[in-house]
Design a protein around this ligand. Sequence first.
Ligand SMILES: [Fe+2]
Ligand SMILES: [Fe+2]
Length: 271
Amino acid sequence: MRICCFGDVHYHGARKDLERLYRNIENACIDVDAIAVVGDLTSSGRFNHLEEVLSAIKGAAGDIPVLAVPGNHDLYVLDEEVSRGINSLLKLSLFNELAERLGCVSLMKRPFVLGDTAFVGSIAWYDYSFAPDWLGLSIEDFRAKAFGLYTWADREFIKLPMSNEDFTLMLLNKFEEDIKSIYSNVEKIIAVLHHLPFRRLVKYRLELSWDYFSTFMGSEAFGYVIRKYSDKIKLVLHGHQHDGVETGTCREVEGIRCCNCASPFPTIAVL
Ligand SMILES: [Fe+2]
Ligand SMILES: [Fe+2]
């Protein structure tokens, strides 16, 4: 099984970026069984941008199945949307509906089975389980999503009617239900996520402001569920971690191959 994987396009309306993405997919996603898209397709969650970038991906993919999950940026709520009562939960549904309408597979709506392998996906989220103890900060300090002069952009643009911990749990339950639904029908499972499932994948630097924001990279709870089914989950494809870290590389965590696909330049993962 060969999978072409990419994400974190952060498209903001520049046509040349779409054209480059189209060419990259055409050139790199050759002789593959599926294309996995790991979220953050847009910069601001703007619906027309999402439609443009998903259409470009689907056009370049041709007959290859495109399996997509959203990223946190795709759930960003614009000021004019707030006044219309739109929140990030609705944006999540809109992403999933749009992806299906454009001919992609929305992995948060349903797992995808290809031969003896299933793809299961989630945006995943953060519950502060990646917070480094050495900072000596409280959970409230992390909930503030601000450190010194810097803020995590989710603070301003993510609008959830629940805490981040509850949102993580909600997503995790759905992810595990999806695994269970296909578990006995397949030999292998590939997890496609936006946020990271293992603390060991997070780049810490022992620098205050860098490590503070590493907290928002993901959740160990997803790692817990992946470990639980690790007799079949042998590959994790994720996005989200791209600034100041190497992308397009894979690492083993307890026998599970984890590939960072947080770049618009595709990576080929083999299982
Ligand atoms: Fe990103
Ligand atoms: Fe992200």
